[in-house]
Design a protein around this ligand. Structure first.
Ligand code: ADP
Ligand code: MG
Ligand code: ZN
Length: 465
């Protein structure tokens, strides 16, 4: 049984309780003020842009957004937690009870991030830890699932799906390496149909692979403990990627008592129906709805539609190509084929397309109009990628236009027949299998530019003459 707690930075320009910026990678301690440094007497002021993003995520996950929620102080000591408490939400969270695919969402609440302790990278790192407070006060949502997941790979799959959804919504940048999206995994094992087991929590997993590996290890460890007649202890564990094991960080006895109480410096958060309505109205079309629309409106196969809604940027790109006049299925084939190949080779993604949607539509149009063949089009595409030139330009400059012109084709065919008397004679004796070979020779003689349909026609006519 696996339940996840996911922390996602909200994509606001400023922090949740002060006006400091949130950009990642600024020089240490340059985006700070008395509020996010926790100086005495400083007062928090709620950033409503963060609330709106949190609500957008909660609505997309099908949660009930509560009209009133309450901020609470969660107390613990840590050098990167300047105030000695984190402002979070506790017994009255922003939203509860949703689902993503088959996994139920228990709650979504708002909170602030802590600063960051820097344990290495300094000449005296063996003796000192440095603290960077730029991250202190960056807005987060915590999304807590019910323990509905049943395997390590399902958990990784869910996390990946949630990431795509948050990025799609424009709520989070999905950047796990920079810590914008982090996951804690709770896992217990039990005999089929037996009572729920005692869980362990694995903290701060920042990749799908680590989540999966840590859970695989932890499930085996707990089964081993139980089979050996022992009991699993409730504890927090850390994943050590280098050695591939989880190790105990603190047990339940040492677990924190956070002494939650309502934050006295902030009023309860009230979200009225009008605000909820306007956030709902401004929501982008969600991946599932868009997938269904692609099938209905563009008559795409399910497979194509599923691939094209992988990200909102990809779905947008696809629709640009179609709006620029490309047939729906041809556009899908180009994007999933040639374009995906180039992106993969470059380790890039569609937010920086190697060829604009309009330019790709232009290329597809040349194929549709019969001006170039499918295989020439692939060459033109590669040239577009490499040079940034338009397809028209390349076709003209390299003289790639398809040859339809009958006298030219007849002349080419005449040359090929003269050069291959053997296969010609065989064909005429009834060994018609040589026909394909002769077509190939004509195509080759035309550097791939001859119209294959016309070549077939005219070659047959010539052979049977
Ligand atoms: P805690 O109070 O220890 O934080 P919660 O009840 O808030 O525990 O649950 C935290 C997370 O742990 C949730 O994602 C929940 O689904 C999951 N969880 C709770 N109990 C179990 C269990 N027995 N096995 C696996 N996961 C569990
Ligand atoms: Mg918890
Ligand atoms: Zn600040």
């Amino acid at each position: 049984m696996i339940g996840l707690e996911i922390h996602a930075h909200l994509l606001t320009a400023s922090k949740i309780f002060c006006g400091c910026g949130t950009s990642f990678g600024a020089p240490p301690n340059t985006c700070v003020c008395p509020v996010c440094l926790g100086l005495p007497g400083a007062l928090p002021v709620l950033n409503h842009a963060a609330v709106d993003l949190a609500i957008r995520a909660a609505l997309a996950l099908g949660c009930t957004v509560h009209e009133t929620s309450v901020f609470a102080r969660k107390h613990y000591f840590y050098p990167d937690l300047a105030k000695g408490y984190q402002i979070s939400q506790y017994d009255c969270p922003l939203a509860t009870g949703g689902a993503l695919a088959a996994t139920r969402i228990h709650r979504v609440h708002l909170e602030e991030d802590a600063g960051k302790s820097l344990h290495d990278g300094f000449p005296d790192s063996d003796r000192k830890t440095y603290v960077d407070f730029n991250r202190s006060g960056v807005p987060l949502i915590e999304i807590v699932t019910e323990p509905d997941l049943r395997s390590a790979s399902d958990a990784a799959g869910f996390f990946s799906r949630l990431r795509s959804m948050l990025v799609w919504l424009g709520v989070n940048d999905g950047n796990m390496e920079e810590g914008s999206l982090r996951c804690d995994a709770n896992v217990s094992v039990r005999r089929a149909g037996g009572a729920l087991g005692t869980k362990a929590e694995i903290k701060n997993l920042n990749s799908f692979r680590f989540l999966q590996k840590a859970l695989e290890y932890e499930i085996e460890r707990q089964i081993g403990v139980l089979k050996g007649g022992g009991r699993v202890t409730q504890e927090t564990r850390l994943w050590d990627a280098a050695s591939g094991v989880t190790a105990s960080m603190r047990s339940k006895e040492e677990a924190h008592d956070y002494r939650y109480f309502p934050e006295p410096d902030l009023p309860p958060l009230v979200v009225d129906a009008a605000r909820l309505g306007s956030i709902r109205a401004a929501m982008p079309e969600l991946p599932e709805a868009r997938r269904a629309r692609f099938i209905a409106q563009h008559a795409l196969p399910e497979y194509d539609a599923g691939q094209l809604v992988e990200s909102r940027a990809l779905a947008d790109y696809y629709e640009h190509v179609v709006r620029a006049g490309a047939p729906a299925k041809a556009a899908s084939n180009w994007i999933m084929g040639e374009l995906a190949r180039v992106l993969k080779d470059r380790g890039a993604d569609i937010t920086a397309p190697p060829v604009s949607a309009a330019a790709l539509a232009g290329l597809i149009a040349l194929v549709e109009q019969g001006r170039i063949s499918g295989s020439i089009a692939k060459h033109v595409f590669d040239t577009m990628v490499a040079s940034g030139r338009t397809s028209d330009d390349i076709v003209q400059a390299e003289d790639l236009a398809q040859i339809d012109d009958e006298p030219r084709l007849v002349a080419l065919i005449g040359d090929v027949l003269a050069a291959h008397p053997g296969p010609v004679a065989q064909y005429r004796e009834g060994k018609t299998a040589t026909f394909g070979f002769l077509v190939g020779q004509v195509m080759r003689a035309s550097a791939g530019k001859a119209n294959p349909t016309r070549v077939n026609e005219l070659l047959r006519r010539a052979l049977e003459a």
